[in-house]
Design a protein around this ligand. Sequence first.
Ligand code: ASP
Length: 591
Amino acid sequence: MERTCCCGELRASDAGKSVRLVGWIRARRDHGGLFFLDLGDRTGIVQLLIDVQRRPKLESLSVLRCESVIEVEGVLRLRPEETANAKLATGEVEVAVDWAIVHSSADPLPFALDDGTAEKVNEEMRFTYRYLDLRRPKCYGRLLRRHKIAAAARNYLNENDFLEIELPTLFKTTPEGAREFLVPSRTNRGQFYALAQSPQQYKQMLMVAGVERYYSLARCFRDEDLRADRQPEFTQIDLEMSFIDREDIHALIEGLMARIWKKVLDRELPLPLPRMSFQDTMDRYGSDKPDRRFPMELVDVSSVFSGSSFAVFAEPIAAGGVVKALNGNGLAHLSQGEMRVLEDGASAMGAKGLAYIKLEDGQWKSPIGKFLTEEMRTALREALSAKEGDLILFSAGPWEKACAILGRVRLDCAALQKEKGLLSLSDDLFDLLWVVDFPLLTYDEGQSRYVATHHPFTAPIEEDRPLLHSAPERVRGQHYDLVMNGVELGGGSIRIHSSELQKDIFENLLKIPAEAVERLFGYMVRAFRYGAPPHGGIALGLDRLAAMLCGTNSIRDVIAFPKTQKGMDLMVQSPSSATEKQLRELAIALH
Ligand code: ASP
């Protein structure tokens, strides 16, 4: 099929040319003896003029439904000035059709493909007919943008001497990390692979193998309950390097982001990116992925309440904790329902309640008002720059928990401020930063043991190593997260490359029994005994990055064939049952 050009490319300067086009009929307008079709392909649409009096055979096109596929030949001409459409790139021209054939005539559509209609259709319907949904220029535009990000990443990494290497998808089950998808092995009855959650261990083995610079656009699989922005399979820009330190990774990734900004957004990304320590970001924003597009910050007001008669605050301070406060500017007039939103957010983070003060009508309206002396009010007013119309919110308890609770309240306050027109965030505002100096280990109350904050292969910061056994909670890891607008875009670390240290962390700090360490990670501990280079790496979530650069909240919008919240692919109807024979071969009995 030799089309001379694509539909969306035609311009007034092409007028007079003969053209041959292929595409889908997007719309029809009848004018008695004369009708117009909009013909569309991936580049856009152009108007076709069909004059049946001049070309009687073309009458047959008038019965075709939208989304039928045709091929036409004709002459491009300028539209009469009064009919030009300034909103359309091809709006000044039309094709006077002389000849056409029909490649495929379409059935009535399950839903109309204009954005206005399609976006109101429920997601189940759109996903069942995803091939129709994707025909919308908006959806195609997102796939295109995702492709540009991936291409920019590949080019950049290729230029920096990285090798693209595919790593196994069929991996093995390991207990540290998210829940895995198990794959039964037919040839090894009763045994299972696990789909790789990430190529972490393989990429480290590539470093031991001397590859020095690896990357891949890695498919990762996690069998997690799917929150709004999660998918069971997703893609990471995954890389690993030898003979480097944290600074090298920061510089490399900053260069990569700048390249993507330039190629995809045609914008300069100011570098270097700012960095914040975990301690600092928790203190100020109550989150390890701070959204700094709005300035509202947490303030430590422990000194105001220490020794006060208000036990709910004084006791946690006496127990070594803190009282944090936040000024929700302009939110003194929240309704009861809106206050409940804030309280629910706090209690989802483990708060028992949410103390507040409304600075309203010249008064301090608050359930804790009777505990507030004049001195305390002055101190609070100063610490929080509080004024008439503000809402002050508090949390008290152990430092990290108190910060995290108020961090959540902070986000909910910002959402309310946005609703009320007190805060506006433009779509093209991107705040990128590194968060560093995370604790190496986090105590897991449920399991009564430490777990790795990032993953168990992360190296401790050298100067904290003496504390590994005496005060493990104070050891920081050589771990870094890249955060944008309150979302974690990715993370990585400098790894352990000493066999002894890796074994010590597994057995003595993570309390994985020696036998299990040998079974699960024995090969790694062994590999490190044959000459392991210092190495580290990072993985960036491609889906999330693409979604953010496409201005959408959902990664489903930038995945060609996404799964529903229940993990189903509605188009192909998966998952589906297996036959008796298949199950027998796999030695699986269903209960
Ligand atoms: N494999 C890690 C992850 O998926 C990233 C890294 O440490 O490189 O989070």
